[in-house]
Design a protein around this ligand. Structure first.
Ligand code: HEM
Length: 488
């Protein structure tokens, strides 16, 4: 039995090898794919970014590779990125089917939703409710500053000791989203909160790593008991937790007096009446999970990267301390408005985002119609991968493309200036909808912590290692830090 299966497999491979995959006419060029695997074995699955850059040196800024039998177009560098996502925005605004992420969400919610009415209305709703629950208003600042006080208390308690900041920053970012969506933050020790954080961490490990790639590339393996089954099961469990919270809201809400995003969504369903589509329960749950997932790892990994660089470059940290002390001039806490008077701190935060390159390959897109890019023809429904990292480190776009140089964001007068190649949130119609919130979080969290603490790289810990751990959301390597209290 086993022998016949192996023989069948070998024959299938040979057959596939003989009928070699051919790229469509005038499709972006790329390396010859292998049967079954496509170009997967030519990439370092632990971190394919360098291989993708090498391939673009060989084949051009727009080239293609095969995930199994599925072709994908890779966009490299700012010019091609702008042509696709701005000039031909609608053509490139789709999301692909058939990936682990799309199966988890069943194409509902926002992140993996197809370009169409449901995505547009949910995106508009999420942006509006984020605004109503404080973005651009005082209350969002208060929510963020409130959360930072828990982080500060923890750091103060452990000043002078070795601290692993990973869970701390992760909890804080997640709790800020919880307070906007569910109306309340959770104690970090809370059972639901811990279970949710654990599952999110496990799921991103699976989705981010080689298992995610294998799932996306080899549909034949999807039903086997491999780690991606855990991701599917865990996702469902967190969804059921969130359903409980929604049901609690149903019981305690006053219609048209929304306390949070859930109440706002229930009001919207009421307003639309019997046929509330596309606003319905499963869409709401997926949207809530989208915001939780999208807003947690991204922000906390960026903060962790910023702190790593601040410790590695104490002179840069010292300049931040001086600027913050002088602008706040004895004030208890910063306000978001103060950023306009802190060009250097702003430059450090933006340079941290550039160096961290938190979503190096963005979220995968697909074409919504037959289209063209840099003269190549790309059919409808083709998988499109934006190499955002290639723009954030593109030689011709930056004064200092490599290393950590806040100077990249300062003009000759020492004023803060954002070069057009700064696109960690992507660009175009699918650009990150949490950008406003993320920018406020990064500024308020880092400035408040710098006001109160000095971050110190522990003696005997060797040199800081900036090599990231690759993933859909890329993270700095785990590290330990120390803090010294600057002021109470
Ligand atoms: C430093 C923090 C963050 C970074 C670097 C980041 C980056 C990104 C990127 C690159 C995309 C993909 C855009 C594309 O497909 O072209 C994205 C999408 C998205 N982000 Fe963020 N993000 C961050 C924080 C957040 C936060 C705090 C939230 C939510 C509150 C959020 C919600 C979303 C959503 C819902 C999408 C999907 C948008 C759509 O498909 O229309 N993000 N983000």
């Amino acid at each position: 039995m086993v022998l016949s299966l192996v023989l069948l497999w070998v024959c299938t491979c040979l057959l596939l090898f003989l009928v070699r995959t051919r790229r469509p006419k005038n499709f972006p060029p790329g390396p010859q794919p292998m049967p079954i695997f496509g170009n997967l074995l030519q990439l370092n699955l632990e971190n394919p970014i360098k291989d993708l850059i090498k391939l673009s040196d060989q084949y051009g800024k727009v080239f293609s590779i095969y995930f199994g039998s599925r072709p994908a177009v890779i966009i490299t560098g700012m010019d091609a990125m702008k042509e696709a996502l701005v000039t031909k925005a609608v053509d490139f605004a789709g999301r692909p089917d058939g990936l682990l992420l799309s199966h988890l969400t069943q194409g509902k919610g926002i992140i993996m939703a197809h370009y169409g009415t449901s995505w547009r209305e949910h995106r508009r709703f999420a942006l509006m409710t984020l605004r109503n629950f404080g973005l651009g208003k005082q209350s969002m600042e208060q929510r963020i500053l409130g959360e930072v006080s828990y982080v500060s208390d923890h750091l103060e308690k452990h000043a002078g000791e070795l601290i692993d900041p990973q869970t701390l920053f992760h909890n804080a970012s997640c709790d800020i989203i919880c307070s906007i969506m569910f109306g309340s933050r959770y104690e970090y020790e809370h059972e639901f909160f811990q279970a949710m954080i654990k599952m999110m961490a496990e799921n991103s490990k699976i989705a981010n790593g080689p298992w995610g790639m294998i799932y996306d590339t080899m549909p034949l393996l999807r039903n086997l008991p491999l780690p991606f089954q855990t991701a599917l099961k865990d996702y469902h469990t967190v969804k059921m937790y969130v359903l409980d919270i929604v049901n609690e809201h149903r019981a305690s809400r006053t219609p048209n007096k929304p306390r949070d995003v859930i109440d706002g969504y229930l009001d919207e369903m009421d307003k639309r009446g019997e046929d509330s589509a596309p606003f319905e329960e499963d869409q709401m749950l997926t949207m809530l999970l989208d915001l939780l997932f999208a807003g947690t790892d991204t922000t906390s990994n960026t903060i962790r990267a910023a702190v790593l660089y601040l410790m590695a470059y104490p002179d840069i940290q010292e300049r931040c301390h001086q600027e913050i002390d002088s602008v706040l001039n004895g004030k208890e806490a910063p306000s978001f408005e103060d950023r306009h008077h802190m060009p250097f701190v702003q430059a450090v935060i933006h340079e941290s985002q550039r160096a961290a390159s938190t979503l190096p390959l963005s979220v995968f897109h697909c074409t919504t119609k037959d289209t063209e890019l840099t003269g190549y023809q790309i059919p409808k429904n083709t998988l499109v991968i934006q190499n955002l990292s290639s723009v954030l480190f593109e030689e011709k776009q930056w004064k200092h493309p490599h290393g950590f140089h806040p100077d990249n964001f300062l003009n000759e007068q020492g004023e803060f200036e954002k070069p057009p190649a700064f696109m960690p949130f992507s660009i175009g119609p699918r650009t990150c909808l949490g950008e406003g919130l993320a920018r406020m979080e990064l500024y308020l969290i880092l400035t408040t912590l710098l006001l109160r603490f000095q971050f110190i790289w522990p003696e005997g810990a060797g040199e800081p290692d900036f090599t990231p751990v690759y993933g859909v959301t890329q993270a700095p390597r785990p590290y330990k830090m120390m803090v010294k209290l600057r002021r109470k």
